[in-house]
Design a protein around this ligand. Structure first.
Ligand code: PLP
Length: 418
C-alpha cells in the first residue's frame, strides 16, 4: 500500500494524483502501481534465492498485457489456465519455456497451441486429460512435458469458493492415483514426466496448510523417484494471502523459510505460482459518487462502479477498504456503498463507516489489483472500466474504456427481423 498515499490531503498513486488520472480517463477506473507490482515480485522471488526456482506469476489474478509485460521484464514466468492466457502471456513477452499450464478442463485445441508454443509443462488434473494430452502430442510429434497435479486433501481454511486442495474440490488427482498416472504415462513416448504439482487454494493466511500439502507432495515425490522417475520440477502453486482488512498472513520470508526447510537437499527446481500476492495490493478501483440517499433504516452511497466491475464483495463476501480520494475531516457515517446494477447483491461495502461524501466525490476501493478487472463483466450492458498503469510520475492507459458500440460489436439481428 506504500505507493498509494495521501499528500496534502490528496490520494496519490506513486507520484501522480489519482484525481489527475481520473480527469483524463474517467471512472470507474482501475489504477495499478508499477513500482508496487515490481517490489512484490522482487521480494517474493528473492526469498527463494537460495534454491533453484522459477516464479510463474498466476496470470488469472490480473492478466492485463501491460502488467504481464512489466512482470516479463522482471524475469517472471507465467502460470496460465487457458488458451487465452497463453496468448496474452506470449504477446506480453513471457518466454514459453517459463510457462506452466494448469486447469481442469484444457481442450485439445488449447493443448495444441501450448505444445506448438513450447511451454515448460502441463499440470495435468485427470487421467483422461493425460490420455488426451498424449494423443495430441503424438499427432503433433511434439513431446508433452507434464506434472501431475495432486489433490492432497488438506483444508486451506479459506473461503469455500477459493479452496482447491480438498477431495470435494474439482482440482487435481487423488494421491493414491498419482503414481499409477506416471506409470501409465510410460506407455506413450510422447508424454514426458517432468514434475509434480499441487495448488491448494487462495488467500491463505496461515502456513500450516501449505506445509501439510508440501509434506504430502514430498512423500509422493520420493515414492515416484523410487520407481525411477526423475521429476525435476516441484510446483507448490500459489495462494499466499494478503492484507485486505485485519488479516495477518505470513510474510514472504516466513513462507519461504518454512518451505525451504522441508525441501532441503532435494534435487529439484521449485516452481511457485503467486497471483494475488503480486498484484492485489498494487491496484485500486476509483469510483465516483452518483447519489446519496437514506431511508428509515439505512444510508446509501450510490457509486458508478458496480458488481460487474468488482465482484469480490458479492461473490466471496470480501472486504475492501474504501477511502475518499480527497481526504475529509468531520464526522463519519455508516453507509452501504452500492452500484447501479439491479441486484441487491450489488454492493462494494455494507454497514461501512466512512467520512460523509456527496455527489461527485471520488472514492478509492483499495486492494483491487487481483481478481478485480479480470472478473468484470458487461452485466446490465455496462461497458467495462478502463485500466491505467502508473510508473513514477507517468501514467499509461493499458486498457481503454469500452464503448456501447463494443458491447454489441459481436452480435447480430437475424435478417428475418430487419
Ligand atoms: C489461481 C491459481 C494460482 C494463484 O493463486 P493466488 O491465490 O492468486 O496466489 C496459482 N496456481 C493455480 C493453479 C491457480 O489456479
Amino acid at each position: 500500500m506504500h505507493y498509494f498515499i495521501y499528500h496534502a490531503g490528496e490520494l496519490y498513486c506513486e507520484e501522480v494524483p489519482v484525481k489527475k488520472i481520473v480527469e483524463k480517463c474517467g471512472t470507474p477506473l482501475y489504477i495499478y502501481s508499477g513500482k508496487t507490482i515490481r517490489r512484490h515480485f522482487k521480494v517474493f522471488d528473492s526469498v527463494f534465492s537460495e534454491i533453484e526456482h522459477l516464479t510463474c506469476y498466476s496470470v488469472k489474478a490480473n492478466s492485463n498485457i501491460g502488467v504481464l509485460a512489466l512482470l516479463a521484464r522482471e524475469g517472471s514466468g507465467a502460470d496460465i489456465v487457458s488458451g487465452g492466457e497463453l496468448y496474452r502471456a506470449l504477446k506480453a513477452g513471457i518466454p514459453p519455456q517459463k510457462i506452466v499450464f494448469s486447469g481442469v478442463g484444457k481442450t485439445p485445441a488449447e493443448m495444441e497451441a501450448a505444445l506448438k508454443a513450447g511451454i515448460l509443462m502441463f499440470n495435468v488434473e485427470s487421467l483422461e486429460e493425460l490420455e488426451v494430452l498424449g494423443e495430441v502430442a503424438k499427432t503433433l510429434k511434439i513431446k508433452a512435458p507434464f506434472a501431475i497435479r495432486a489433490n492432497p486433501n488438506v483444508d486451506p481454511k479459506t473461503h469455500p469458493y477459493i479452496s482447491t486442495g480438498l477431495s470435494k474440490n474439482k482440482f487435481g488427482i487423488p494421491e493414491e492415483e498419482v503414481i499409477p498416472a506416471y506409470l501409465k504415462a510410460k506407455e506413450n513416448p510422447y508424454l514426458l514426466p517432468l514434475g509434480l504439482d499441487a495448488h491448494i487454494g487462495s488467500q491463505l493466511t496461515t502456513i500450516s496448510p501449505f506445509i501439510d500439502a508440501l509434506r504430502r507432495l514430498k512423500a509422493l515425490w520420493e515414492e515416484i523417484s523410487s520407481f525411477g522417475f526423475e521429476l525435476k520440477y516441484f510446483d507448490i502453486g500459489g495462494g499466499l494471502g494478503i492484507v485486505y482488512d485485519q488479516e495477518e498472513p505470513p510474510l514472504p520470508e516466513e513462507y519461504s523459510s518454512a518451505i525451504l526447510k522441508e525441501l532441503k537437499g532435494l534435487p529439484i527446481t521449485l516452481l511457485l505460482e503467486p497471483g494475488r500476492l503480486i498484484v492485489g495490493n498494487a491496484g485500486i478501483l476509483v469510483t465516483k459518487v452518483l447519489y446519496t440517499k437514506a431511508n428509515r433504516e439505512k444510508k446509501f452511497v450510490i457509486v458508478d462502479a458496480a458488481m460487474n466491475d468488482l465482484i469480490r464483495p458479492a461473490l466471496y463476501q470480501a472486504y475492501h477498504k474504501i477511502v475518499p480520494v480527497e481526504e475529509k475531516e468531520g464526522e463519519e457515517v455508516v453507509v452501504d456503498i452500492v452500484g447501479p446494477i439491479c441486484e441487491s447483491g450489488d454492493f462494494l461495502a455494507k454497514e461501512r463507516k466512512i467520512p460523509q461524501v456527496k455527489r461527485g466525490d471520488l472514492l478509492a476501493v483499495m486492494s483491487a489489483g487481483a481478481y478485480g478487472f479480470v472478473m468484470s463483466s458487461n452485466y446490465n450492458s455496462r461497458p467495462r472500466a478502463a485500466e491505467v498503469l502508473v510508473e513514477g510520475d507517468q501514467f499509461f492507459l493499458v486498457r481503454q474504456r469500452e464503448t456501447v458500440e463494443d458491447l454489441i460489436s459481436l452480435e447480430a439481428i437475424p435478417p428475418l427481423y430487419l
